[in-house]
Design a protein around this ligand. Structure first.
Ligand code: AMP
Length: 538
């Protein structure tokens, strides 16, 4: 039996109702803050993540699903180059009926050579294969037998065109009467390294640059979708997981650097979690400074690590050399007492960064969003600057971060774009759903009415009634005329329907139907036109 791959899972009803509840609420909140949706591809060039997330992060170093998208043969390019070279000799007969019948065989050109008064079928292929030779031979047979009028008096020649390097590399192939032509030039696109997105900010910033979104001023974008990381699966940690995220990005002149944007994002998140009924969340807040502060801080960290790093885990020993900040990502318990003694970024912020951070805090206090300063919080991605944050929740255990985010003022430039300071976050939707106090049952809409067709020919009538009722936004489920009434009642109550509606021959004739309220047990006969109102009224 084939099962879902480890670290992935099926989301099934009724749980999907919770996911839909979350996504609908999230979209409402985004609308209130004037965010608009962006959808980027789920895979990108590997370079994008290496350059933005950072080579030294766990994500890029160990967790990406990356593959080599091998070289591809570009047959159109070869066809065009070859046709150009043969222009004087080629007479295209597009639109002739036999062309449509031999094209499916893979014949890409049918030409008329005046010089030899012959017809020629041509294939353009990356290699010499018996399949393409057979296709050519078959095309000729089809042409001769089905279109003898057109082809009767002309010899039909067969030609297989391949890149010349293929001919020189291949042993001689016996080809009956197919002429093999090696054509000069390179018709293979080079291979590309591709990666399933491990996060979505890089893709959004790539799109920002590619589509010159700065022309629109400040962009407030949000996304909802799957992300992929090859992590060790455990509760709340999957290899395909879902993120809901948002970014505010734009040129500095549009106010994208302002601490007011940081505060707006954080206040949005508080609103969102409250709206969803997530209780006891905690906002952990830090500033990781700007590149200047970081240089001085990294230096201090290196110095502090030098005498102690020998006692730390292998990962930390590597990080101490390549990117000391990442030492704070360490989860090894034995290393924690050492990490506690290390200098903190908060001591290294320059004046503008310190001021920026203070202003964020002032706005948060004025709007009443509680937070906890946590100067160990440096976040797992390299692109962050200044404000960095996480929202945690006790119910999630070891994987207690529901969401994380921060400012990334230099990211656009590092990807070759213009200056475009930004701030964003990503909520782990899987974890958010785990942290919800609501049950799937509470958010799922049950059928308003279950229609029970009674007896032969009643499926038709039931279908008509269902169609009428559904037009009134009534949730209808349907039985089957082969079911006994008892069985229909059982199904209706299992589904949690509020009413059962009985559709028998007598009811159809009378134009009035037995409607039974399954909660109160009350049963009434309701004329057809009054059914929607009666059902909606409960
Ligand atoms: P990050 O992009 O690492 O800051 O992650 C943002 C949020 O995504 C985290 O706070 C988690 O809630 C969620 N997340 C990250 N990795 C996973 C994973 N492997 N499985 C489930 N959720 C995840």
């Amino acid at each position: 039996m084939i099962k879902a791959v480890r670290g992935t899972r099926d989301l099934l009803p009724p749980e999907t109702a919770l996911w839909n509840f979350v996504e609908a609420a999230v979209r409402d909140v985004f609308r209130a803050y004037n965010f608009h949706e962006i959808r980027t591809p789920i895979f990108e060039e590997t370079q994008l993540f290496a350059r933005s997330v950072g080579e030294e992060t766990d994500i890029v170093a160990k967790e990406m699903f990356t593959w080599d998208d091998g070289e591809r043969f570009e047959d159109k390019k070869l066809l065009e180059a070859w046709s150009k070279e043969n222009e004087d000799r080629v007479f295209f007969q597009e639109g002739m009926p036999f062309l449509t019948s031999i094209k499916p065989l893979g014949i890409q050109r049918q030409i008329w050579r005046k010089a030899t008064n012959s017809v020629e079928f041509v294939c353009f292929r990356p290699t010499i294969s018996s399949e393409s030779i057979a296709a050519l031979v078959k095309a000729r047979t089809v042409a001769r037998s089905q279109y003898s009028q057109e082809f009767g008096h002309h010899p039909i020649r067969l030609r297989l065109v391949v890149p010349d390097k293929v001919v020189s590399n291949s042993p001689w192939v016996k080809t009956e009467d197919v002429e093999i032509e090696g054509f000069p030039g390179n018709y293979f696109s080079s291979s590309q390294s591709l990666t399933l997105r491990p996060e979505n900010t890089a893709g959004v910033v790539r799109a920002y640059i590619e589509h010159r979104l700065w022309d629109r001023g400040l962009n407030k974008l949000y996304y909802v979708g799957p992300q992929f990381r090859r992590e060790r699966p455990q509760k709340g940690r999957y290899r395909q997981f879902y993120q809901i995220g948002a970014e505010i990005i734009g040129p500095p002149s549009a106010g994208s650097e302002s601490p007011a944007r940081d505060a707006e994002i954080l206040e949005l998140l508080a609103t969102l979690l409250d709206r969803l009924g997530v209780e006891n969340w905690m906002l952990q807040l830090n500033s990781v400074g700007c590149p200047n502060d970081r240089a001085a801080y990294n230096e201090a960290l290196r110095k502090a690590l030098e005498p102690v790093v020998g006692q730390m885990c292998a990962d930390c020993q590597r990080r101490a050399v390549t990117n000391p900040l990442r030492v704070f990502d360490c989860k090894v318990p034995a290393d924690q007492p050492i990490i506690e003694t290390l200098p903190r970024i908060s001591q290294f912020l320059d004046e503008p960064c310190r001021r920026h951070f203070e202003q964020v805090q002032e706005i948060l206090k004025s709007v009443g969003v509680e937070f906890q300063l946590n100067d160990r919080l440096v976040r797992g991605l390299d692109y962050y600057s200044r404000t960095a944050f996480e929202f945690t929740h006790g119910a999630l255990g070891a994987q207690n971060a529901i969401l994380g985010g921060g400012r990334y003022d230099g990211l656009s430039e590092s990807l070759g774009g213009p200056s475009a300071p930004g701030i964003g976050f990503a909520i782990g939707e899987d974890r958010l759903v785990l942290a919800l106090q609501k049950s799937a049952d509470a958010v799922q809409r049950k059928p308003d009415v279950y229609i029970a067709p009674l007896g032969t020919g009643m499926d038709r009538e039931a279908a008509r009634l269902a169609r009428e009722l559904r037009r009134h936004d009534i949730v209808v489920d349907l039985g089957d005329e082969t079911f006994r009434l008892k069985k229909s009642f059982e199904i209706a109550s299992k589904l949690g329907a509020r009413f059962i509606l009985i559709v028998g021959e007598n009811e159809v004739k009378a134009g009035a139907f037995a409607l039974k309220n399954l909660e109160s047990g009350e049963q009434v006969s309701v004329p057809r036109p009054e059914l929607p109102r009666k059902i909606l009224a409960g």
